[in-house]
Design a protein. Structure first.
Length: 286
């Protein structure tokens, strides 16, 4: 069964240190699609058809390349697996994506829209308002915010555990941010959440990445920053990008001041290399 091969492949990737979260979701989706057609191996025709169902060219290419990588790995043990060509949906562009810089008005609109989520009177609108406010004011990765537990809010700041690069780091936060998080925790107690998760859904469980993305896109369309499905627009990671750029804009204009700010920002955001932080200088007209 394709699903069994997918599970083995994902386990191997994760054992090597890769999180493989998005790829796992895509491969599981493809496995269901293929097996519903009665297929037990990867066939090029099915891969192209399934990948072509994605709304944008970038997503189509990403789907195809994800399954292609999987098929290449499995073919060494099962030569019946077909390898789809990599360029069906064009060649991947090596340039970095141009990021959207959120203005204070953009973020205010996002938070207002989040506060109006239904059902009213539940933890849901409070959760997403607090979550998006935290992402925009600290530059945390969304996955880091999802994994926060209640005891990660300390006197010194937020303890981010097992980050993207398998390291822990302490993120200092403003007093107003701390107060907002404490107020959220007080309201969170009313939903009888059993988990230690900081951010929870209406049923008291930890938020999932796919649900957050879905809500984010819904709110972006509501406030007019995104239009039709499949049309590019501000992504969730742009909140982190905007935080970094605005932080650099606020430092002095001398080379020494900028260099010091970049070094501090690199540590604060958990970058593996300072060069990753320097990119924020190149991605803004300011």
């Amino acid at each position: 069964m394709i699903k069994d091969e997918v599970n083995s492949f994902v386990e191997m990737q994760q054992a090597m240190g890769f999180k493989f979260r998005v790829q796992n979701t895509l491969l599981q989706h493809f496995a269901r699609f293929a097996e519903q057609k009665g297929e037990t191996i990867v066939r090029t025709e099915s891969v192209i058809k399934w990948a072509g169902m994605a709304p944008s060219v970038v997503q189509k290419r990403n789907r195809l390349l994800t399954v292609r990588r999987f098929a290449l790995a499995v073919q060494s043990e099962n030569d019946q697996y077909e390898i789809p060509p990599a360029d069906v949906f064009g060649h991947e562009c090596a340039k970095r994506k141009i990021r959207h810089l959120f203005s204070s008005e953009d973020i205010r609109g996002l938070l207002v829209a989040a506060s109006q989520l239904k059902p009213k009177g539940t933890i849901r609108p409070i959760t997403y308002t607090t979550l998006f406010a935290l992402l925009s004011s600290t530059g945390l990765r969304s996955c880091e915010a999802i994994r926060l537990n209640i005891d990660d809010l300390t006197i010194d700041g937020l303890m981010i555990r097992a980050t993207k690069f398998r390291k822990d780091r302490l993120v200092p936060i403003h007093s107003s941010t701390r107060q907002a998080l404490k107020e959220y925790l007080n309201k969170r107690k009313q939903c009888s959440a059993l988990e230690s998760a900081f951010f929870v859904s209406n049923n008291g469980s930890r938020l999932t990445y796919s649900t957050i993305i879905s809500i984010y896109l819904q709110l972006m369309r509501h406030i007019g920053l995104r239009t039709k499905i499949g049309i590019p627009g501000p992504c969730l990671h742009d909140l982190r990008h905007s935080f970094a750029v605005r932080s650099l804009e606020q430092c002095g204009g001398t080379r020494i001041e900028i260099s010091r700010q970049i070094t501090a920002l690199s540590t604060y955001m958990g970058h593996a290399h300072v060069s990753d932080t320097y990119w924020y200088l190149q991605s803004t007209p300011y």
